[in-house]
Ligand binder design. Structure first.
Ligand code: WQD
Length: 345
């Protein structure tokens, strides 16, 4: 059984990916310092898969501690690297914290991948690397433009580091550029656990609907889109998770086209903020208390993916639609209301 190390395994996308890996026959261990996550999601993984996943509570910025995990597990066949800070606004206020955490952590992991000759490395990247695209949908060949935030810059720099690493190492690598991951696992045993007031749209919607937030603001309705609100490619977190399993199988099958293949992980459909809100209201039966406010600095008008390269080369099939995303996000919010201890970080 192939053993995969998932960094950030206690996080939102990491935990959903661990479930999918286990369900597809992989053995998984996690490294997560739990600075922005808790082990509650590991308990949820165990309820879904009946497998207890070991998490090493290690700060990846500490090379010796990171190296020790690889020494203890000398049969790691692949690494999926999620662990990073990801709040766009916070990154603008604390750029050095973001560069240090996101890049030092990556470099320490890559040093271990090199030393222990790990054959496969998959990186959690983001459509944020495209900046504000000149044309949409974006393909993997669309230009990478100057990042709008230090968070986005860390993703761009990380991609460059990995590409340069892959050129001089035997490991084969993949960059997965996520669009907007939303929703919760269909079992409603795991989901997103935002820290503080959510900046992202869908948790802001569900927290407003359940009464955790008094209301929410639509950041601008005067953009050049079909209804004036920004357009994004929302994709169910379970579809994102399965793409990681397929990426590892793609590498194991030696089908990779280069030492560092890039894949867009989006549905290929764009929805506006107001359309997402409408879909949520239909699915939940809740009228959402929102107001229209000013544009949010740093927001781009519109982006959605051309995902054909991933569909063709990973045999990736999108299983969940916008209503599934809204339904599972809402059911997870309802669960957190019943079990507030799950949200304790
Ligand atoms: C989507 C749209 C907001 C909240 C960022 C990162 C990306 C990834 C996801 C980490 C925008 C609007 C939001 C609210 C609103 N990050 N909105 N009211 O900015 O596309 O992507 O988060 O994985 O890398 O760049 O996602 O959900 O923050 O915003 O109107 O209360 O919803 O203005 O137009 P974004 P988002």
């Amino acid at each position: 059984m192939s053993k995969i190390l998932v960094t950030g395994g206690c996080g939102y996308i990491g935990s959903h990916t661990i479930v999918d890996l286990i369900e597809n026959g992989f053995e998984v261990i996690s490294i997560d310092d739990n600075s922005r996550s808790s082990t509650h999601l590991l308990e949820g993984i165990e309820r879904i898969t009946k497998v207890k996943v070991k998490n090493y509570q290690v700060d990846l910025k500490k090379f010796e501690d990171t190296h020790a995990v690889f020494q203890e597990n000398n049969d790691i066949e692949g690494v999926i690297h999620f662990a990073a800070y990801k709040a766009v606004g916070e990154s603008t206020e604390k750029p050095l914290m973001y560069y240090e955490n996101n890049l030092f952590g990556l470099i320490n992991i890559l040093k271990c991948v090199h030393e222990f000759k790990i054959p496969y490395f998959v990186f959690s990247s983001s459509c944020t690397v495209y900046g504000s695209p000149d044309s949409i949908p974006v393909t993997e060949q669309s230009p990478v433009k100057k990042a709008e935030s230090p968070y986005g810059a860390t993703k761009q720099m990380a991609e460059q580091i990995i590409e340069d690493f892959a050129k001089v190492n035997d490991s084969n690598t993949i960059l997965l550029r996520y669009f907007n991951p939303v929703g919760a696992h269909p079992s409603i045993e795991i989901g997103e656990l935002p820290i503080g007031r959510p900046q992202n749209l869908v948790p802001a919607i569900t927290q407003t609907a359940i009464g955790k937030l008094p209301d929410m603001t639509v950041h601008g309705d005067d953009y050049d889109t079909r209804d004036g609100s920004c357009l994004r490619d929302y994709i169910h977190v379970a579809d994102i998770a399965h793409a990681h399993t397929l990426a590892l199988q793609y590498l194991q099958g030696e089908n990779n086209k280069s030492k560092c293949d890039i894949f867009n992980l989006g549905t290929g459909n764009g929805y506006t903020v107001l359309e997402v809100i409408k879909a949520f209201e239909e699915v939940s039966g809740q009228k959402l208390n929102y107001n229209i406010g000013p544009r949010r600095p740093g927001d781009i008008v519109a982006i959605y993916a051309n995902n054909q390269f991933a569909v063709d080369n990973l045999q990736w099939e999108i299983k969940y639609d916008l209503k599934d995303m809204m339904r599972t996000a809402w059911e997870w919010e309802l669960k957190l209301k019943e079990h507030p201890e799950l949200a304790k970080i």
